[in-house]
Design a protein around this ligand. Structure first.
Ligand code: GLN
Length: 270
């Protein structure tokens, strides 16, 4: 006898919520449908597809990679193991960017990954001219697919930080660069084990890319334009120091919903 949907979830050995989400993905149904039909027998194909996903989840693969998507700022983004899984913390960076971007301004996102930041900015503020770059061609392919699926007009460039935009100036620069210290034990835990290492850590002290961006940004900022950087909970003071040393004004740090320092920034008034 084939198991019912409820039995499939109960016997899965993974968290109930994850099991539900994976089963809904296999069935291509919503939660309300499952509640009304959970005593029906699964087909053998559904049971096999669900078991394969549940096994991969049991072995640690992130739910977002198994589904191939993750919600960010109310929209669905395509993800795969070439890009960092968008985090709710990063919505703070987007909100600050939306507040600071001047009307019809030029905005750029450095290290865009899935493209969740520039695509959201463009869709929330169609007046802005938005560019984004990434070193990884595989990541850019994901960002391109997202821009297309969400109908966002974002210029995407393959570039080692500012290399491909030499001589260009912007009204706002944002970035969520790799900022985890290479010794951080979290890199060997949970979802992070499956995410691209180069998107998570700089291979050094965690400040390596933040420092490069802060030092290179002034040459690409219009007078009065701001730089906003996401960083780790313990990197706020270090980022403010770097920003001040580079000559930025109005340097400050903002906290995420968990009350951790998460974004620091400053404006270029020279
Ligand atoms: N900009 C992308 C994000 O915030 C990717 C960031 C990264 O790979 N470090 O999700």
């Amino acid at each position: 006898m084939l198991p019912t949907y409820r039995e499939l979830i109960q016997s899965s050995q993974i968290e109930r919520f994850d099991a539900q989400v994976l089963l809904l993905h296999v069935l291509q149904k919503n939660r309300a449908w499952l509640i009304a039909h959970d005593d029906e027998a699964a087909t053998s194909l559904e049971a096999a597809q669900f078991s394969a996903l549940a096994r991969r989840r049991y072995d640690g693969e992130p739910v977002a990679y198994l589904l191939g998507r993750r919600e960010f700022y109310g929209r669905d983004f395509i993800v795969n193991s070439s890009v960092l899984i968008p985090r709710p913390d990063t919505e703070l960076l987007v909100e600050l960017a939306l507040e600071r971007a001047p009307e019809n301004g030029k905005v750029i996102d450095l290290g865009t990954g899935s493209g969740c930041i520039p695509i959201t900015i463009k869709l929330e503020r169609p007046d802005l001219i938005v560019s984004a770059l990434d070193l990884s061609g595989d990541a850019l392919a994901v960002a391109q697919a997202n821009a297309q699926a969400l109908h966002a007009d974002v210029r995407l460039l393959q570039s080692d930080w500012f290399a491909a935009v030499q001589g260009e100036v912007f009204d706002l620069i944002v970035s969520n660069p790799p900022y985890i210290h290479s010794d951080d034990e979290h890199l060997n835990q949970g979802d992070l084990r499956f995410e691209p290492t180069g998107a998570l850590t700089d291979g050094h002290d965690g400040l390596h890319h933040l420092r490069s961006i802060i030092n290179a940004a002034p040459a690409h900022l219009q007078r009065g334009a701001c730089l906003l950087l996401e960083h780790g909970w313990d990197q706020g003071a270090a980022c403010r120091e770097l920003l001040q040393a580079a000559g930025f004004s109005d340097v400050q740090t903002w906290q995420d919903l968990g009350r951790n320092d998460r974004v620091s920034g400053g404006c270029w008034r020279e």
